[in-house]
Design a protein around this ligand. Sequence first.
Ligand code: 2PG
Ligand code: MG
Length: 382
Amino acid sequence: MIKDLKISQVYNSVKEKTIKISMKTEKGIFTACAPSGTSEGDYEAKTLNNEIIIKNFPEIKKKFIGKNEKNVDKIIEKIGVEKIGANLSLVLSIAAIRALSKNDVYKFLNKKAHIFPYPLGNVIGGGTHKGYTSIQEFLVLPAKAKNIKEAIKINHSIWEDVGRFVKLKGILLGNNYEGAWMCKLDDIKTLDILSVIAEDYEAKIGIDVAASEIYKKGEYFYKNSKRKLSSEEQLEFILDLIKTYKLFYVEDPFHEDDFKHFSELTKKANCLVVGDDVFATQPYRLRLGIKKKAGNGIIIKPDQIGLVSKTLETIKIAKKANYKTIVSHRSRDTTDSFIADLAVGTESPIIKCGIHGKERTSKLKRLVEIWKKVKKPEMAKF
Ligand code: 2PG
Ligand code: MG
């Protein structure tokens, strides 16, 4: 039973204040912090700003006190996720499932959980996350790792090698919102460098184009190469990148309403074609995509839908349709590690949570902690 609820604010990775909830039950105090995005999609559940949430909180709180934590999502649905703000909704929902599971959410979701996701790490970044490139993220996946510790180490080594190289070349501009390197390199040169370094570790590489952010009036704009592409040209460009750099993963290669080109790419490319903004973790958007055969993977961001129960529903739909689920952080994240539990508990083959910075390593540390707790842990197969 929920005895008390407290709201406070903590700083996220870009030093902005975000909401934290502490839920008191007879089993203890359970907390959760709200992440948020920069390249946010139009179909994401809407958040409210902290001041409004804090002002409304005394009234909202009354609806939960004395209630069983099992019913939190139902109570929220009755009021409306967006009415209380998807950020507040999500932290209430996460705190509740933590209370129910005494903080071992992975086990609560799946008693036999023992399959671990490969960490997909952001090495070089740009786009709206700050940086020089137009493509938002240049990612690596340590496909040869036999356990989670080794996987984390490989990603970190690649990140370090890249950092050392670009420092030496005098083209390092710093770290961006997700701890990825910002370098004075265009998209193609970035892939040239990353592919060579990743090869040393037999790691796979991928990109998050976050294409909605570079799409204006029917064209995709690549600022540093002055490339301006129609949707057809974008399709050819992405196919060419997949072939040249052996990309195993391409996220949001088209803007969020372009199911058509998503499905054309899925048909033509032999790699993961992953939808983030296009699906926004919403069951109805994913169902639309499945119907149109758009993509074969989905980014799962609980804050895009604001409820753990709804997130699980989306994952279930994805699995049934053979879409790979990639559980993901946000660019403006906190040290909350919920997504690690979610990824293990749902046997998602990939977790996208960055490499560097405490907001990123908190999820990786939690994966190591869970690895030690479960019987016969093993890495996912995909
Ligand atoms: C993305 C995410 C996380 P943001 O686009 O996949 O990397 O970025 O949180 O800014 O939407
Ligand atoms: Mg994305």
